[in-house]
Design a protein around this ligand. Structure first.
Ligand SMILES: Cc1cc2nc3c(=O)[nH]c(=O)nc-3n(C[C@H](O)[C@H](O)[C@H](O)COP(=O)(O)OP(=O)(O)OC[C@H]3O[C@@H](n4cnc5c(N)ncnc54)[C@H](O)[C@@H]3O)c2cc1C
Length: 348
């Protein structure tokens, strides 16, 4: 039997596992995921009776295969579309009607993590959560295979194929410390390290009242404001009780880097003040509660060099995710996972 390992259980990894279940039914797929949940940066939390997507805000209908996947091939029960438009605001906080009123945007009643859950459930892959990969080891010579060691010191493998889904800087670190003496390793470390990321610091704020505005989200068009994005989770069916508001406020890259290690409560208070100013409702400065999250590697600014990806493939090593697609978007990560799943199966 062919043994395949996937490090990371993001949406890209889930899509690859989904393809492999059909295209390589005899392969045994083992997934090691660092965190306690699935779907990585497309992250959902539940608190009290509210559900919110605090990483990726929605899935965009920008890739035919991904649209077909979520609307036809996977269970579409609970898929919810955001009907309200996205408006823009400028550096002074002035709001204007936006540019993408026709763009389709989805989440699920239970949140965006449903995508990875619904993909993995259609596979026989074994997913081990809270199992960070710490060491990658190349074993054998001609028929080289891969072993992984997790943070608890347990060894996994050997595997015939290794798929790496963590964001580029984390993948670069896994390769830098890999027990694999090869010029190819050095080349791959360099290629993955070259992918730069935008940092986003997120505050989620709950209010026990409604706001009366015509938009779902507000994006800072000139990128000069401390806030990059504000959206209303109540526009997603099933997320927020009637008569309430749950704002997701994402700071821009500069603000996020500067405030990353500062007091989360003070950061959240500052972002709530900004939200009140931009939306034009003073009550928003005083949330009932807040939740916070820093995303150091939020969005890749570019993609990894395609030649490096091809060279790794020769060694039975595959990279996958938004940084391989070259676009920091959920649909791009899923589409790349579908491609990589097909490529892995073709090479077996
Ligand atoms: C704040 C924010 C807002 C966003 N907004 C949008 C949006 O509105 N629309 C949109 O389309 N996209 C958005 N995105 C981007 C979107 O979330 C990503 O493009 C997509 O989720 C990336 O999926 P992935 O599979 O490439 O990687 P990830 O989701 O990063 O998955 C990688 C997985 O690897 C795991 N991992 C890391 N290191 C290890 C290790 N050593 N061992 C084991 N596992 C490991 C991680 O825990 C994670 O689960 C946003 C992202 C952020 C952070």
């Amino acid at each position: 039997m062919t043994e395949i390992a996937i490090a990371g259980a993001g949406a890209g990894a889930a899509a690859a596992a989904f393809v492999l279940a059909d295209a390589a039914p005899d392969a045994d797929v083992t997934v090691l995921e660092k965190s306690g949940g699935l779907c990585g940066r497309a992250a959902t939390r539940r608190r009290d009776d509210l559900t919110y997507d605090y990483g990726a805000n929605y899935l965009k209908a920008d890739d035919e295969r991904v649209v077909d996947l979520v609307t036809e091939r996977l269970d579409a029960e609970g898929l919810v579309e955001v009907a309200e438009p996205v408006y823009t605001f400028d550096s002074d906080g002035a709001v204007s009607p936006g540019r993408d009123a026709d763009e389709r945007k989805w989440s699920y009643r239970q949140g965006l993590t449903q995508i990875a859950k619904r993909l993995f459930v259609r596979t026989d892959a074994t997913v081990h959560r809270r199992t960070p990969v710490e060491t990658v080891r190349r074993v054998g010579d001609d028929t080289a295979r891969w072993e992984l060691v997790d943070a608890a010191g347990e060894s996994w493998g050997p595997f015939d194929r290794l798929l790496l889904n963590p964001p580029a800087p984390q993948t670069a670190e896994l390769l830098r410390t890999a027990e694999w003496a090869s010029p190819l390793r050095d080349r791959l470390v360099e290629a993955a390290s070259a992918v730069e990321y935008r940092t986003i610091w997120t505050a989620v704020a709950r209010y026990l009242f409604e706001v009366d505005v015509p938009y779902y989200g507000l994006v800072n068009a000139d990128k000069e404001h401390a806030v990059g994005w504000i959206s209303r989770e109540e526009c997603k069916a099933g997320h927020v009780p009637d008569d309430e508001t749950l704002l997701v406020v994402q700071a821009n890259d500069g603000w996020s880097r500067e405030h990353y290690d500062r007091d989360p409560a003070a950061n959240a208070a500052a972002l709530a003040e900004h939200a009140a100013d931009i939306v034009g409702d003073d009550r928003l400065a005083d949330p009932a509660w807040v939740d916070t999250q820093g995303w150091r590697y939020a969005l890749p600014e570019s993609g990894i060099d395609g030649d490096a990806v091809d060279a790794a493939r020769e060694a039975g090593l595959h990279f996958l995710g938004d940084w391989v697609a070259g676009e920091g978007r959920l649909h791009a990560a899923i589409a790349n996972g579908l491609d990589v799943g097909e490529r892995v199966a073709a090479d077996l």
